[in-house]
Ligand binder design. Structure first.
Ligand code: OXD
Ligand code: MN
Length: 585
């Protein structure tokens, strides 16, 4: 399949370590994938769902103790501890290779090692990058074949070039020996003792964010935890934005937004380019261009329904793998909390136990997922396969703040925008364990995904801003302001387009704003409320910037920034000082 000697040598080495019974190269053909599906069905690893209602769809259940990413077991193994920075776990490379080497030793005995050649980004694009994942899991092969471009054409494109080396073994699925280790200086990822997507689909968080952020810093581009969407106006012009949010802020919903009726009637459309990751470069024209390196969606199932996200739901109606959702035995389909009000009467829960809605426990795991091909999405952008990506008008940061952040505000400059991204935060909700209302900082939504020192990452953002004078404008949004009873004031979902509309207006120089201590905020009249059940006074309320709260916020930012020591760029210290000065005026 390949003459790449470095690749062949590495596979021999990993074979000697893990000792599989056989090695199978994934060529990307439907025939081979189908044979693997048949095999996985025989062992119960996947269950075939109703071919008429959900053609080509399967259900998988993970081990009960293996249902989410394990941040406390995720390591950046740079040679110098300092290079991993204060927000990552660090292990010395030699120690990690030795420790995980013992866990990998013989871990594929009695199993097959699958060799998955995959491309992040369209195959052959100069901006795409190639990885090889070795795994003993058919589930991983089938998921990677949806989430990335997989097969012989990737090897042909690779030639004798360089690739990211990924080794994964389920081993014994032991929680206490689960490790996800990244060796940025070796272009290598080792993942052992897990079978959960975020830990084992090595192209996604491990490569496209952690390793790629490191490569991007060295090569002068950016790997970001961002959705990308295009907004088409009635004249047929499409403007693109990229947006970063911490989890549980509705990122996939925004990526696939359906315009409110008044906008639809005028001819507005929204196109999804990506829902999770953006690779961003300076294009030939000096603008920043963003590309989605993935080929599918690995979305959270609970809460996805015909109202919250009809496009995501439609994406899951064929060729999809469902993980840890309810198996509806009435018609051999799937169900999850928040899908509809008709839970199946005859069903099996995510643990494999008989289940009914009144059994007092959730049927689907809260982090149950669908792995769906991007091409299924009714609003997938015609530019999805464009190797150049799309030019960005705006970059949007967001968080979940009950009172502090206004509905939307605009940065005064690129540096101020980087400051806004660096202080991104969400308040914890009742959905997560622990205290409610605690502010968790998650700069650029990259806290668990940055492959090097976060202070250096901020510096890289600042440096990117010096590469061109055609930078996108930077904004912050907050859909989650609440009233005194704790109810959300802004309707969210499709109506978020009204805010995007103002953002595009600002980029085009057609929308108005007022300057506040934190940046430019729209006047209430600048947001289109047509057809919306929200008064202008309510809108005014959620556009307000409370100096007292922001003074508190500034204290929190000082505390947070202290972590980064002298890696914190001077520009960000200056921005914080400016904020404090503005608040005193
Ligand atoms: C994801 C995540 O799964 O950010 O996309 O956790
Ligand atoms: Mn994500």
């Amino acid at each position: 399949m390949t003459k790449n000697q470095a690749l062949l040598n590495w596979i021999e080495e990993m074979k000697a370590l893990t000792k599989p019974d056989q090695v199978v190269w994934i060529d990307g053909s439907e025939a081979q994938l189908d044979a693997l599906r048949q095999e996985a069905m025989k062992t119960g690893e996947i269950i075939k769902l109703n071919e008429e209602l959900l053609p080509g769809c399967y259900l998988h259940r993970t081990a009960e103790n293996d249902v989410a990413r394990v941040e406390h077991r995720t390591f950046i193994c740079s040679r110098r501890e300092e290079d991993a920075g204060p927000t990552n776990n660090w292990m010395a490379p030699a120690e990690a290779y030795e420790k995980l080497g013992k866990l990998f030793d013989g871990s594929m005995q009695g199993r097959t090692m699958y060799v998955i050649p995959y491309s992040m980004g369209p195959v052959g694009s100069p901006f795409s990058k190639i990885g090889i994942e070795l795994t003993d899991s058919i589930y991983v092969v089938l998921n990677m074949a949806i989430m990335t471009r997989v097969g012989q054409h990737v090897l042909d494109t690779l030639g004798d070039g360089d690739f990211v080396k990924g080794l994964h073994s389920k081993a014994k699925l032991e929680e206490e020996n689960r490790y996800i280790c990244h060796f940025p200086e070796d272009n290598t990822i080792w993942s052992v003792n897990s079978g959960y997507g975020g830990n084992v689909l090595l192209g996604k968080k491990c490569f496209a964010l952690r390793i790629a952020s490191y490569l991007g810093r060295n090569e002068g581009w950016m790997a970001e935890h961002m959705l990308i969407l295009g907004i088409e106006n009635p004249q047929g012009e499409i403007k693109y934005v990229a947006a970063a949010f911490p989890s549980a802020c509705g990122k996939t919903n925004l990526a696939m937004l359906i315009p409110p009726e008044v906008y639809r009637n005028k001819g507005y459309k929204v196109w999804c380019v990506g829902d999770d990751i953006a690779w961003i470069r300076v294009g030939e024209d000096g603008r920043l261009w963003a590309c989605n390196p993935e080929n599918g969606f690995f979305g959270v199932a609970p809460g996805t329904n015909a109202k919250s996200n009809p496009n995501a739901l439609a994406s899951t109606r064929q060729g999809t793998i469902f993980t840890n959702v309810v198996h509806n035995l009435e018609n051999n389909t799937v169900w999850w909390e928040g899908l509809d009000k008709n839970p199946p009467k005859h069903a099996v829960d995510w643990k494999g136990n008989p289940w009914t809605a009144d059994s007092g426990v959730k049927g689907a795991h809260p982090n149950s997922r669908f792995t769906a091909p991007a091409k299924n999405c009714p609003c997938i952008s015609p530019e999805f396969e464009n190797p150049k990506g799309v030019p960005l008008s705006a970059i949007i940061f967001g968080g979940r703040r009950a009172k502090t952040a206004p509905l939307v505000y605009q940065a005064r400059s690129w540096e101020h925008g980087v400051f806004i991204g660096s202080i991104m935060a969400s308040e914890t909700t009742a959905a997560a364990t622990g205290a409610v209302g605690v502010v968790r900082r998650d700069p650029m939504a990259m806290l668990p995904f940055c492959g090097y020192h976060m202070g250096d990452y901020f510096q890289h953002w600042i440096d990117m801003g010096k590469k061109t004078d055609k930078l996108p404008k930077i904004f912050n949004v907050n859909w989650f302001r609440t009233d005194d009873e704790g109810n959300f004031i802004w309707p969210g979902f499709g109506d978020n387009l009204r805010v995007l509309d103002w953002i595009i207006g600002r980029c085009e120089g057609t929308a108005d704003a007022v300057e506040t201590p934190i940046g430019f905020v729209p006047k209430a009249e600048d947001i289109n409320l047509e057809g919306l059940n929200l008064t202008i006074d309510q809108l005014r309320g959620i556009l307000e910037v409370d100096r007292g709260l922001w003074t508190e916020e500034a204290k929190g930012i000082h505390e947070f920034y202290a972590k980064f020591g002298d890696h914190l760029p001077q520009e960000l210290r200056d921005e914080l000082a400016t904020l404090e000065k503005n608040l005193q005026k």
